[in-house]
Design a protein around this ligand. Structure first.
Ligand SMILES: Nc1ncnc2c1ncn2[C@@H]1O[C@H](COP(=O)(O)OP(=O)(O)OP(=O)(O)O)[C@@H](O)[C@H]1O
Length: 256
């Protein structure tokens, strides 16, 4: 399958099993949402998919375009087209947004074509300007240090800017809606929709709130509890959750 596949994945943190026999398929071109209570393992899942060294699987497989990537470094995964918009993006003082993006784009281009000489600077500037305008980011952000002193919402926009520039095959968006005001939520969501359509990306959205899914229509909504998916359904499932909370699922699907 072209896309991301997770088969029977279990991941421990400090000997405690957090991800428990988790399975999911996100084909390219589809949008999947994962919702679930606090502490259920959603961010752990996103770090495990990206290959964070502290989140090594104890069982199961992660596949990208049918290749098992369990032993790939985060760098290799990123070069192959995986992308994570982090819940808490880190500041990188000393590295400007523009330099960071150009370096990341060049590494990805070289991975696809070893003889690539890198994106010419005028072309890079043109694309960056376009994408920043689209996300309604002030051009001055390109020369600021990445996430350094950015507000919560600015950090989230900077994550989507990275996604727009890098055009991954599979993007995991961990609470991309947190910290966004109502206008920013719409702008960011429109940006994600356009990118998803233009590039036939697979997208895995982790969110607590149905409101994001008013703007980005998922093909499937999954409910994750206690480290694995307990229920999957159409986008109406998110509405049902908003109305009823999680208790009814706990009652209908007793956890092991
Ligand atoms: N480095 C760590 N050390 C100890 N426990 C951890 C660590 N990282 C995660 N955990 C625990 O793993 C569980 C899952 O955390 P995770 O952040 O993946 O949940 P989440 O579903 O993303 O939660 P939220 O919705 O609150 O963001 C939590 O109980 C958390 O305390």
């Amino acid at each position: 399958m072209t896309g991301l596949e997770i088969k029977n994945l279990s991941v421990n943190i400090h000997d405690k099993e957090i991800i428990k026999n988790f399975s999911l398929k996100v084909p390219k071109g589809e949008i999947h949402a994962v919702m679930g209570p606090n502490g259920t393992g959603k961010s752990t899942l996103s770090y495990s998919i990206m290959g964070h060294p502290a989140y090594h699987p104890t069982q199961g497989e992660i596949l990208l375009n049918d290749q098992i990537i369990n032993d790939w470094s985060p760098d290799q995964r990123s070069q192959a087209g995986l992308f994570l918009a982090m819940q808490y993006p880190v500041a990188v003082p000393g590295v400007s947004v523009a330099n960071f993006l150009r370096t990341a784009m060049n590494i990805r281009r070289k991975a696809a074509n070893p003889s690539d000489k890198g994106i010419p600077i005028p072309e890079f500037r043109k694309i960056l300007k376009e994408k920043m305008a689209y996300l309604k980011m002030d051009p001055s952000f390109s020369s600021r240090y990445l996430n350094d002193g950015f507000s919560g919402g600015e950090k989230k926009r900077a994550e989507v800017l990275q996604m727009a520039m890098l055009k991954p095959e599979i993007a995991i968006l961990d609470e991309i809606d947190s910290g966004l005001d109502i206008d920013a939520l719409r702008i960011v969501a429109e940006g994600i929709n356009t990118l998803a359509q233009e590039n036939q990306m697979g997208i895995l959205i982790i969110t607590h709130y149905q409101r994001l899914l008013d703007y980005i229509k998922p093909d499937v909504v999954h409910i994750m509890m206690d480290g694995h998916i307990v229920l999957s359904g159409k986008s109406e499932l998110a509405l049902e959750l908003e109305e009823k909370g999680y208790d009814w699922i706990r009652q209908e699907q007793p956890l092991p």
